[in-house]
Design a binder for this molecule. Structure first.
Ligand SMILES: C[S@@+](CC[C@H](N)C(=O)[O-])C[C@H]1O[C@@H](n2cnc3c(N)ncnc32)[C@H](O)[C@@H]1O
Length: 187
């Protein structure tokens, strides 16, 4: 069975095509941004958001050291501000969120339920048919349980005629392991 990060990438690999537009909603150290940049290729587009300057710097360093595709736009702002940066008619094939705090960074800066859900709602408006939003839910930190519960409620209430939602979780791991929520637009 695939562990959480490889499975989060697999969910996007299955549906994202070269040339697509995708979003890394939480750049952090840039691992997902780099993955998405390679996935969409030189004719694709990646928007990467993070509220921390250090994360933007780390992500820029990470993508520039590899085969730099120049298809990434890094945005030092919250993902909830997506409307300022991406037109509402610009179609998005996939998005990934890694919730929680920046590893090796300031653990006090964490994603928050209201802004996370606002960002998800705004991406849903742009999501292509068959497109997916993948949320990797880390919830062991302070405020993490609240964000997890809000997201579960939000996802459980998405109209099943338009979206299918997957929860992928190892249920015998200790210490609040992360899990995945993946939303796919089906209509
Ligand atoms: C778990 S880390 C992301 C890890 C990253 N995907 C990687 O590959 O290294 C979570 C990130 O979300 C960022 N963050 C917190 N609130 C945010 C918001 N409203 N919008 C965008 N990023 C946010 C934090 O600054 C932190 O860098």
């Amino acid at each position: 069975m695939k562990t959480i990060i490889p499975f989060s990438h697999q969910l996007l690999k299955e549906i994202v095509l070269k040339g697509d537009t995708v979003i890394d909603a939480t750049c952090g150290n840039g691992n997902d941004t780099l993955f998405l940049s390679k996935l969409v290729g030189q004719h694709g587009k990646v928007y990467g958001f993070d509220i921390q300057a250090a994360a933007i710097v780390n992500t820029r360093k990470k993508i520039e050291t590899e085969d730099y595709l120049k298809n990434v736009t890094l945005i030092h702002d919250g993902h909830e501000a997506i409307d300022k940066y991406i037109a509402v008619n610009e179609e998005v094939a996939g998005a990934i969120f890694n919730l929680g705090y920046l590893p090796k960074g300031d653990h006090a800066v964490v994603t928050k339920p209201v802004s996370t859900i606002q960002a998800v709602e705004r991406i849903l408006k742009r999501l292509t048919l068959g497109g997916r939003i993948v949320l990797v839910v880390y919830h062991g930190h302070e405020g993490g349980t609240e964000e997890k519960n809000h997201l579960l409620t939000f996802c459980e209430n998405l109209d099943q005629n338009y979206y299918q939602v997957l929860q992928y979780q190892f249920i015998n791991q200790k210490n609040q392991p992360p899990f995945i929520l993946a939303v796919e637009r089906i209509k």
